[in-house]
Structure formats: C-alpha cells, structure tokens
Design a protein around this ligand. Structure first.
Ligand code: GLC
Length: 749
C-alpha cells in the first residue's frame, strides 16, 4: 500500500507541472476565463453574421451596409458575442477601407458594451484570395490550384490571401476545403484539391503553411480546415444530403488531408453540415470528440457550419427541439456556433447550463480554446490605423503576377489534334494569321472565370464584377485584334457576320453559371448547352472549321460530344481574375501549358469511376479489362512539347523506396512536366486499387534536355486502411508506374 504522503506529493507535482507547463497564452486564457461569468463564456461560443449588426432585415440589408447601434448594443451588451463572420449573408463585398472601419466600429462597440476587453474574432471565406474585399487578388479556385501540381504556387497564393485578408482587418479564414472530390455532381467540387488523397494532402500542406506560416503574426491568418468530415460524398450528389461512407473508407479517403492539417497545427476546423450513415456530424461525438480530439489530438477551435445546430432540429430532425439541438451539438464537441442570425443559441445554452444539463466545465473547455485562438492571433492589439498603414502591397502587381503564374501552370491541354484532314499541323497554337471566331457562354464573362465566392457568395452579382479585368474574348482581341470575331449565338446577325468572315478556327468557351452549395445542385452531369450555340457549332462543322473547346468548369460536367467534335480541348477550371490573358497566351503558344487533371474526367454520366479504382471496375461487358474508360484520365495533360520516359529504377531499402527515372524533352520547345509516381499493391488485406499516386515532381526541361528525376518515398506512405480501421503497409508484390515505365518488385520488410 503506497503511503498517502507520496500519493499526495505525486498529485501535487502533476498539478504543479501541468500549470507550469502552461504557455503564457494558456495562462492568460485561464486568467481571463476565471473572471468571466457564464453569459460572457457562452457569448464567446457564439458567432453571428455581419448582417445581424446592420440596418435592415437579415439578408435584405440596407445597401451600402451600415451598422446599427441598437443591434451592436444587443449583440455585445446582452449577449457578449465573441465572433462575427462574412459580409451580410454573403451578398456585400466591401472595399478594404470599409472592412477596416466596420471592424473597428465592431471592436469599439464590443469594448463599450460588453464590459470586458476580449476582442471580437472576425472570420471570413477567403477561399481563392480575399474574395469579399473589392480589388483583392483572385486566384484560381482550389481545383485549378491543384491542377498546377505545384505546391509552391499553392503556398504562395495562400500567403498572399492571408496578407490581403489581414489587410482587410480579418485574422481568421474559413479555408481550405479539405474534402475529397469523389462525387462529380457535387456543387463544391471546385472548392477542393481534387479526387486523390496524396495530391490533396500535398496541397493541404502547402496551403496551411501559406496561411499560418511558422508562427502566426500580422501577415498570417488562422486556417480553418473544412468540412470535417466526409462532406464531399453525398450519395445523391446534392449538397448536404446523406452520405453513406463506411468507417474504413472515411479513414482511407476523407481523413488524410485533415490529419495533415492537424499535424501542421491548423488552428480551427469547420464541421460538415451533412450526415454520415444517419447521424449528422454536428451531433456525432464519435467524430467530433472521439476521432477529432481523442484520437487525432486536435485542440483548436471547432466551429459549426451555417446554422447547423438549429438544423439538427429543423432539418435533420434528430433533435425534438432547438434546446435539444444545442445540447446535442455542444456535448458532441463543437466549440463555437455559427448561429448566425439570432441569439437563441446563447439563451438556450445558458438555460442548459443553469439546469445542469450542460456542465459549466464543458463550456470552459470550449471558451479556453477560443480565448487561446484570439490571443495567438494577437487581436487584442487591434488598431485600425495600424492596419490601414501596415499592408502597403495589398492588391499589388506582384501579387497579381503570382495569380498569373498559378493560372499559367493550371491550364490543362486535354486534346490537340490536326487542324483538319489536309493539314499536318495541330490546331494549337493558333497562328497569328488565323481568323478566329469566338463563341460560347464563357467567352465574354468574368463571372464564369471566377465561379462562386467571388465578391459575393454565389459570384453572380453584376454590381461587383470587376470590369477592368479582361474576358477570354477581350484577351484574344488584345493579342490578335483584327483576326478575332465574336459570334453571339443568340443573335443571328452576329452569327451570319462571323461565319461570313470565313474563320479558319473557332473557339467555343463553355462555362457554368457560378454557384455553390445548395444553389449549385444539378440534376444531370451533362453540361447543358443552349440551342443557338449548338446550331452555330453545327454550321462551323459543316464548314470544316476546326473548333477549340475552352472549358471554364468547376466540376467535370459531361462534355463528351463537344470534346469529340473539337480538334482541341483546354480546361481552365475556374481560373480567377488574372486568367484571360493567360488563356489567350496558351492558345497562341506564348505559354506552354503544363496543368494536369486533379480528377478523373468521366466520359458518360453513368460511368463515374476514379483512376484509383479497384480491379473489379476494370471489367468490361466482354469480361475483358477495358471497363475503365474515362474521357480523360487523372493526372493527364498535354504540352506543346513531348516528354519521353526511360530507365525507371526502384530500390527498396528498409523504410524507403528510392525511385528514379529519366525524362527527356523530345520536342522543339521548353516545357514543364509533372513526373508522377504510382504504385500498385498487387495483393492486400483489403481490395487494392489498380494504382495510387505516391509521388510527383514538376520539372522544367529545355528542348532535347534529359533529366534524371529522383524520389525517396517512405514505405509507410504505401498502404491502406484495413478492415480493422488500422493502417497497414503495402508489401509483397508491388508495381511502380511512371509515365510509360513500370517496374515490379518484391518487398518484404
Ligand atoms: C457556408 C459554407 C462554409 C462557409 C460558411 C461561412 O455554408 O458551407 O464553407 O465557410 O458557410 O460562409
């Protein structure tokens, strides 16, 4: 029997060391917490939309936005609200100065009314640049950034986004989306880094490092990995509808990017609005506490998504009342409620604490995380004039040139065939003497280049379109003024005039109406193309005019008929404000495209199979293995030059595969190539994929240049998640693929 004295001493030492092991920020958070009453604590757990503080009705606000003193008093005096987000239902982009002054007023009102000096934490969706700040640099959406296969560009874009978000007075960015794009119908496909775990994880690393840096200062923002977990795979393809995802698949496909973000100390996480296997994630303690906290050790702030606590009652109907919904979500593990349009959350949670159904100790855990985040972001030092003067290169040409470089490396050439049967030249690059007819719904649209989350939530508001930015048409005219003729397919006169000009090439630009989330839901994967455009395309075909198809799409809509009829296909994804000149430069050959698809492009609506599919999905109707037949494969993209692979070498050391391959630029011009390493575990405890990406490197080679490209791939990286939900390493017969080369090895560590 141990003597009580030694037990007491041990306990004292544990407590003493724990307190002493506390960082200064933890100590400060504890001391703030110790003097807060329960109303103030609950206030820190509540987040409201900017619109709740402005004149006018929610989502029908007075424009331009104007703060309402009575509403400020209610929010901060009565409810001590700790966080505000976005820009009035996502409908009101603001100039940088306006952001600074509005946030300054909010901080002052908080100081005046709340009776404490805990600052308000402002959060915003700056998902492809500071897209709610007028004039900020807009980058390609994440899917286009993934198509660069260049993490350095993703990191640079994130750093600039962080700078311009901070320059707007905002320290918390609800980005990146780390969901995996495995459902092409899904309206937010474009917000992801594509379908592959390894590629998305590499881009995750780049983005979080870009946003948060080594240490968060005035040039960094708190990242928000979202939407945890399994949000991107709704069975129906419609946003926020049920996902049926087994635990093994959840861990094998949808968890790795979040694990990487947690490894990099992402400061916050936003929760998936949907349900997995019948349980809304906002009400799932297994995911929000068991997995996120206990297993993965995440100790940042977990914020709900929009109104998702209430939706446990109003939509998912797993909570018989709003009060039950608040209790469920808080006890499941959320820290902050993006309520965001009223204060019922505050009142209901206070009632739950007073009744003892939610212990105050549970509240303290969340509030401490929130206080720590605020202290780490240094927002108690808020000074509007300092913000006004501290970010001199906001929206600078240098930042725009990074966006240009990102677009340049994202554009993906998917097809480039001979102009016609009598020519021995590919249709691209265009010739200066070409007469070019330009048509299609994306030819003269800036909105279709940006997609949603561009000045406004859905990116559809003409008032905010930056007309100083070129469209594809205007950029082409800039390069080849008198050779470009636009045909408005809806205007017969315009079509007649254009056809009369006897074009030698036509460029058909097809896009989607910008949208996201539920407004972006579709009922068919096929890309709808209007009758007038179809008719004009038919006339051009009858005239044997080769067509170059330019896609401005956030998800792989079915375009098979158009791609097969075209002589060339260039995918631009949703390339952002600086895109048009780059697209024109690629079409005229001034830039050699080097983008590669970050997803498998399906040929048919009913044939959604990914590159990392299983052997059974290779089966075709003749019991052969030609069943996998996408329009374009994952990782595919052409160049204006050609690359030849040879001499693949694979050496397996104890914990590392040393792989190298020779790459030769056999064409007539310099270019960039993404050297991609795939592997196959021939036999495994769970059905192995026919191949999986395990490494890539983007190289540059001049015409005729040969390079040996080397990889050192940790053996632990090759493997899968077993039926026991534990990771296992690939071993036994392994095959490696790079370009046209393959190598089989026996690996028994
Ligand atoms: C939206 C989105 C989420 C976004 C949040 C705040 O519903 O799902 O990605 O960060 O609301 O705008």
């Amino acid at each position: 029997m141990k003597n009580p004295l030694s037990i007491g001493l041990t306990c004292f030492l544990i407590v003493f060391n724990t307190i002493n092991a506390q960082t200064p920020i933890e100590k400060k958070a504890d001391s703030l917490l110790s003097v807060m009453n329960i109303e103030a604590k609950i206030g820190q757990m509540s987040q409201i939309d900017l619109g709740v503080l402005c004149k006018g009705k929610i989502c029908e606000l007075q424009d331009p936005l104007a703060l309402d003193t009575a509403k400020l008093r209610l929010a901060f005096s009565k409810y001590k609200v700790g966080s505000v987000l976005n820009c009035g239902c996502g409908f009101h982009a603001l100039a940088r100065e306006r952001w600074i002054s509005i946030i300054d007023s909010i901080q002052q009102a908080n100081r005046l009314f709340a009776g404490h000096d805990i600052p308000v934490l402002y959060g915003i969706d700056a998902i492809h640049g500071a897209n709610y700040t007028i004039g900020a640099t807009l980058f390609p959406q994440q899917i286009g950034q993934a198509a660069t296969w260049n993490p350095d560009l993703v990191k640079a874009a994130a750093k600039i986004t962080a700078y311009e978000t901070r320059a707007s007075g905002i320290p918390w960015n609800f980005s990146p989306v780390l969901d995996l794009a495995r459902q092409p119908l899904w309206s937010r496909f474009f917000e992801t880094y594509g379908e592959d775990v390894y590629l998305a994880t590499r881009m995750t690393t780049a983005c979080i490092e870009g946003y948060q840096g080594e240490k968060i200062g005035e040039l960094q923002v708190a990242a928000c990995m979202k939407h945890f977990l399994g949000y991107s795979y709704p069975l129906s393809g419609k946003d926020r509808t049920p996902a049926w995802i087994g635990d093994r698949e959840l861990r094998a496909y949808f968890l790795p990017t979040f694990q990487e973000a947690i490894r990099l100390k992402a400061k916050t996480v936003m929760i998936n609005s949907g349900e997995i296997n019948g349980t809304p994630v906002h009400a799932n303690p297994k995911i929000l506490t068991g997995l996120l906290r206990d297993e993965l050790g995440f100790d940042g702030v977990a914020v709900t998504d929009w109104e998702d606590i209430y939706k446990l009652h109003t939509l998912h109907r797993v909570a018989p009342s709003l009060r039950d919904a608040v209790k469920m979500a808080v006890m499941a593990g959320i820290d902050m409620s993006m309520t965001p349009n009223d204060f019922q959350f505050n009142e209901l949670l206070l009632n739950l604490v007073k009744s003892g159904e939610v212990p105050e100790s549970r509240i303290d855990v969340s509030v401490k995380r929130i206080l720590k985040l605020k202290l780490e972001l240094g927002i108690e030092k808020w000074d509007a004039d300092y913000v006004r003067n501290y970010y001199p290169i906001f929206a600078s040409p240098d930042f725009a040139s990074v966006a240009t470089a990102t677009v340049s490396e994202s554009l993906t050439l998917l097809k480039n065939e001979l102009r016609n049967t009598t020519s021995d030249e590919a249709v691209l690059p265009l010739k200066q003497q070409d007469k070019v007819l330009v048509f299609g719904n994306a030819a003269n649209s800036i909105k279709m280049l940006n997609g949603a989350w561009s000045q406004t939530w859905l990116g559809q508001d003409e008032r905010y379109v930056d007309s100083t930015k070129p469209t594809i048409l205007s950029a082409l005219k800039f390069l080849a003024t008198d050779k470009i003729i636009f045909a408005n397919a809806a205007d017969p006169k315009s079509c007649r005039r254009a056809l009369k000009s006897k074009p030698s090439v036509a460029i058909l630009c097809l896009g989607e109406t910008p949208a996201t989330e539920i407004p972006g839901n579709i009922n068919q994967l096929e890309l709808p193309v209007d009758e007038n455009t179809r008719n004009l395309a038919k006339q051009l075909k009858a005239m044997n005019v080769p067509v170059v198809l330019v896609l401005c799409l956030g998800r792989p809509r079915i375009i098979t008929e158009w791609a097969e009829a075209a002589s060339a296909v260039l995918h631009t994804y949703l390339p952002g404000h600086e895109a048009a000149p780059v697209i024109a430069s690629v079409l005229y050959g001034n830039i050699n495209p080097s983008g590669k698809l970050p997803f498998t492009y399906p040929r048919y609506c009913g044939d959604i199979v990914h590159y990392d599919h299983k052997r059974t999905e290779d089966n075709d109707v003749n019991f052969g293995d030609k069943g996998y037949n996408p329009l374009y494969d994952f990782g595919f993209g052409l160049s204006y030059t050609r690359f030849q692979y040879s001499d693949l070498q694979v050496k397996a050391a104890k914990d590392t595969f040393f792989i190298s391959v020779m790459v030769k630029n056999t064409g007539s011009r310099a270019g960039k190539e993404v050297v991609q390493v795939y592997y196959r575990d021939e036999y495994a405890a769970v059905t192995p994929s026919v191949k999986k990406l395990c490494g890539f490197m983007k190289i540059y080679a001049t015409a005729g240049e040969t390079k040996r490209v080397r990889f050192a791939i940790p053996a632990m990286q090759l493997g899968d998640i077993g039926a026991d939900l534990k990771p296992f390493r690939a071993e036994g017969e392994l095959k490696f693929f790079i370009g046209t080369e393959t190598k089989q090895i026996q690996y028994n560590p």
